[in-house]
Design a protein around this ligand. Sequence first.
Ligand code: SF4
Length: 402
Amino acid sequence: MRIRDWIESAKIKYHPVWIKRWNDDPFSVPPVYIEMSPAGACNHRCTFCAPEMLGYKTNYLKDSILAERFAEIKELREKDPDGLGIKSIQFAGEGEPMLHPKLGKIFGYARSAGIDVAMLSNGVALTEKRIHEILPFTNVYIQISINAGTAESYALIHKTGTHDWERLWKNLANLVRIKRESGSTCQIGANMTILVKEAVLEDGKRIPPNWPNVEDLAQKARDTGLDYVSFKPYSQHPYSTETMKLYGDMSYAGMMDEIMDTGDMLRDRYQTDDFEVIFRFSRFKEYEETDRGYARCLATPTLWSYVQADGVWISCSAHWTNADFHLGNINTQTINEIWFGERRRQHLEFMKDFDISVCRKTCHPDKENRYLLKFQQMSPEEQQAELVTLETLPFPHRGNVI
Ligand code: SF4
C-alpha cells in the first residue's frame, strides 16, 4: 500500500474488532494509538509551532516510569477479551523527542511490550550514535519536519542557524545508509507544513512563505534516499495566540488549482518505485470547508490520547491547556487507573455535549470521526456487513498508527 493511501484513509478501518466494541460500549475500548512527548524542550522555534503556548519547558518523561507503564499496556492487552490495547505510540509532541537522552531505552521498552514505534523529529540531533540507539526499535517510521527547501529559508522558519541545514542533511544521509545496512523496516520521510503567506515577527523580521520551495525539498529528499516526502496544510491551533498573529488569516482557498497542479507536477517529476511524493489534497480542501461533516467528536476519549512531557494524560492534543481534557498523570497513576477510571467515564459524558466548533480544523482523528459517524448511522445489518468487509482488508505497515 502506498503511504498516501494510508494517510488519506480513516485508519480505524483496519481495526474492525475495536469498531464493533466501541459501537457497543465506548467506555470499554482502550485507545489504539497514543502520541507521547518524551521531551518538553526543543532546539528550534518554528514560526508556525502551536506548542509555543506550552513554553518548551525542560520536562522529560522518566524512562523507569515508562518501562512500568509499557509493561502494563502489554498485560492489559493480554487480559483483554478481544486482545485490544494500545498498539502504537508516535513519539513527538510539544518538544523535540531526540533531546531525551534515554530515547533508545524507551523505544526498546515499547517494542518489548509489542507496541509499534514511530517518531516525528526535526532531525538535527540524529547523530550517527543516536541513530544506532533508536533505529533498531523504530519499526514504523521516522518523519522529519523540514519546512523549507533552502538553508536560508530553513534558518528563518525554524529560527535557527544555517549550519543546522547542513547538519540535518548529513544526519539524514547517515540514517538512510544505516537503515539500508541494517535491513530496518522503518520508513524515513520528510514533511513540510505549507506556508503561503509572509509572516512579520514582532522585531520586524520578515519570514517568507515556503510554498516557492516545495520542489527544492522534494528533490533533496529523493536524492538523499528518503522513502517519501509529504506536504500538508497549516492548521491554526485555537489556543496558540502567537501563531494566530502570524498565520491566523492564512488561506489556501484561492489557490486550490495551483496546489493540485503543483502536487501532480511533483509526483510526475520525482516519484519513483522507491520514493513517494504525497500531497495531502483532501486536508487542504477540508481546511477550507466550513462544515466538518460531524457535530460530535467520537474519537475522544476513545480512540487516541496524548501524553505530555510532564506526564499529564490528555484526551485530545488540540486541548492541551484545557483541564477539562486532562485525564490523569502517568507519573503517579497506572494506565488502568487513568483510562478505566471515573474521570474518563465523566469525560466521555462531557464530550457528548462538547461544541467542536471551537476545535482545531483537520485535527488528528478528523477522518476517523467522519468514518465513526458513518458507521453509527448504518443499520445493524449494514454494520455487520461492513465489519465483514473490513476484516478482509490487508493490514498495512502503518496500520496501528492512527
Ligand atoms: S480537536 Fe478533534 S479530536 Fe479533539 S476534541 Fe475536537 S474534534 Fe475531537
